[in-house]
Design a protein around this ligand. Structure first.
Ligand SMILES: [Zn+2]
Length: 96
């Protein structure tokens, strides 16, 4: 029985299609600690977890941006109203 991990890994810096045999020593079931299905599954789980959190974060950011945009719009409206009021006030002053 081979003492070398049976996983195929991607060649670094080369074409993405190019793979080589993992050189690590067997840890369990013919795989090294890094490529054992249990480890891979756990890693995938963590990755999925990170993705879920990242998705949630971008959703939160989107909500926040939407709220800020609404707030800006409100302030712009308010500003416009104040300016119009000031303008009318000035006009009424010059009239008298
Ligand atoms: Zn391996």
């Amino acid at each position: 029985m081979s003492k070398q991990c049976k996983a195929e890994v991607q060649e670094k810096g080369m074409s993405f299609l190019r793979t080589r045999r993992c050189k690590r020593k067997v840890y369990k079931d013919g795989y090294c600690a890094l490529h054992h299905p249990d480890t891979v599954a756990k890693r995938e789980e963590r990755k999925e977890d990170r993705h879920t959190k990242a998705r949630q974060t971008s959703r939160d950011m989107f909500e926040l941006i939407k709220k800020l945009q609404n707030r800006i719009q409100d302030l712009e409206e308010e500003n416009k109203t104040i300016r119009e009021e000031n303008f009318q006030l000035k006009n009424s002053r010059t009239q008298f």
